[in-house]
Design a binder for this molecule. Structure first.
Ligand code: F6P
Length: 461
């Protein structure tokens, strides 16, 4: 008890590591969210509740870099039902335009309810009187209401990091009403884009029957819930500093050399997820080579695919598809020591990412649907020389802010080819004009500004 800020998220902001002496330990994960909230957590007796990954049971609260963390354990069945099942086999595809087919299983739902209840109970136990509790993302949409029932004194905020779908898709969910009611336990609901907030309010009106006025919902008990857009961002200054770091600069030169000093380096960095449009993007690039617009000496595509949700079938199928496609492209178009695609199935620390961003002349971020896409923003923050081209999907949340990118429809392969080609040939004046404007946007709207705005509005709600 006695915490004035409780962050509740499916994951803890730490990764397991093995120290040089072989002893297991924790390291803070690179996400911007934790750094944004960190000052408030320290000054306001904050605590973070989340799953550390794995199936270890009965974990005790611990501290990493002065952050108080309360680990929630999950059993194998809960990982299967709550995390891989309902969160990532049902909700994830529905919330991303049904890019893959969602599956509906009643046991998955039961497990989702059970895990949400445990998170809510834990938060209820930790929060001081009238504390602020900030719940994150689609894995925990029932927590706000469950928590309100346990602790009506709390101020509860909820932020959805992924898109909130249009009513036409959301209403496929057999548990649509329960989810809407779960979310309505919050005082303030944050979405990436205004469209998400509008979709939510419309659904509440249609499916739950509450009165709404613009983005405010009036509940029968007199409580008001507000839904609004809070586009998330990155630690822009931190990335910029990293990009200027001498070791990162040297590493970037070494990467370019290792790639054979091509005229242009294209880059994609994504979690290996079917929403990211990796397959279509690599096809577009390979067709440009096959058609002779440039050669494998002129350009290489570095694709980093970060392993993700590897036990979920759709993700396994995707990995095989990408492996096959990369093999075929390199087999058909590559020369000795010159693959068309340099494919890396791995995750990298922030320093290596910054070096890759520095190296990339063209960054391709082409998801079919994405809540925001922070990679696009990180790329912009790292382009300290004000050059480099961003090819960005219209269907990433980031497109609402990064208007000077080469915006593409990721379903339109010819359109993507044209944008990649334009980016390849763009002159330095055009690149500078676009990058400068995007850098200004990112510098003004960083993750700290995002977190402060959300928490201030929650405080005032
Ligand atoms: O932002 C979407 C999100 O699902 C987060 O909630 C999550 O922590 C991250 O992407 C990575 O996914 P996962 O936790 O399933 O590895």
């Amino acid at each position: 008890m006695a915490n004035h800020l409780v962050i509740v998220a499916n994951r803890l902001p730490v990764d397991r590591v093995v120290g040089p002496d072989g002893a297991p330990g924790w390291r803070r994960s690179p996400g911007g969210l934790v750094s944004a909230i960190e000052p408030v957590m320290r000054s306001g007796d904050g605590v973070w509740v989340g799953w550390p990954g794995g199936t270890e049971q009965d974990l005790a609260p611990f501290e990493v870099d002065g952050l108080s963390l309360v680990p929630m354990s999950m059993t194998d069945e809960e990982i299967e039902g709550h995390y891989e099942g309902f969160s990532n086999g049902t909700l994830w595809p529905i919330y991303h335009d049904v890019v893959a087919k969602p599956e509906f299983h009643r046991e998955w739902w039961d497990s989702y309810v059970e895990v949400n209840r445990r998170f809510a109970e834990q938060a209820a136990e930790l929060a001081a009187e009238h504390a602020m509790v900030w719940v994150h993302d689609y894995q925990l949409q029932l927590v706000p209401q469950m928590l309100r029932e346990l602790r009506p004194d709390l101020r509860i905020g909820f932020y959805l990091h992924i898109p909130f779908p249009p009513a036409e898709l959301f209403q496929q969910l057999p548990w649509r009403r329960e989810i809407l009611e779960g979310l309505l336990g919050a005082d303030l609901l944050g979405f990436q884009l205004p469209g998400g907030a509008t979709n939510f309010v419309r659904l509440v009106r249609q499916r739950v029957g509450h009165k709404t006025h613009r983005n405010t919902i009036s509940l029968p008990d007199g409580r008001e819930v507000r839904a609004a857009a809070f586009p998330i961002s990155i630690d822009a200054a931190g990335f910029e500093e990293l990009a200027r770091d001498d070791e990162v600069v040297q590493r970037s030169k070494a990467i370019r050399e290792a790639l054979g000093n091509p005229r242009k380096v294209f880059l994609g960095i994504d979690r290996l997820d079917y929403t990211k449009g990796i397959h279509a993007r690599l096809r577009a690039f390979s067709e440009l080579i096959a058609e002779g617009h440039f050669s494998v000496e002129d350009a290489v595509f570095v694709q980093v695919a970060v392993p993700s949700r590897e036990r979920v079938e759709q993700y396994r199928i995707l990995r095989d598809d990408i492996d096959r496609l990369v093999g075929r492209i390199n087999g058909d178009l590559g020369r000795i020591g010159r693959p068309a695609i340099s494919y890396l199935h791995s995750s990298y620390p922030r320093e290596e990412m910054a070096a890759l961003y520095r190296t990339a002349d063209v960054m391709a971020v082409t998801p079919f649907r994405d809540g925001m896409n922070l990679v696009a923003k990180e790329y912009v923050a790292c382009r300290v020389e004000e050059d480099g081209a961003l090819v960005l999907s219209e269907f990433a949340g980031a497109a609402a802010e990064l208007r000077q990118a080469w915006l593409v429809n990721p379903y339109d392969i010819n359109g993507m080819k044209q944008a990649m080609l334009d980016a390849y040939h763009a002159d330095s004046k055009d690149l500078r004009r676009r990058m400068r404007a995007m850098r200004r946007t990112i510098a003004q709207h960083d993750v700290e500004a995002w977190a402060t705005r959300f928490m201030t509005e929650l405080e005032d709600s």
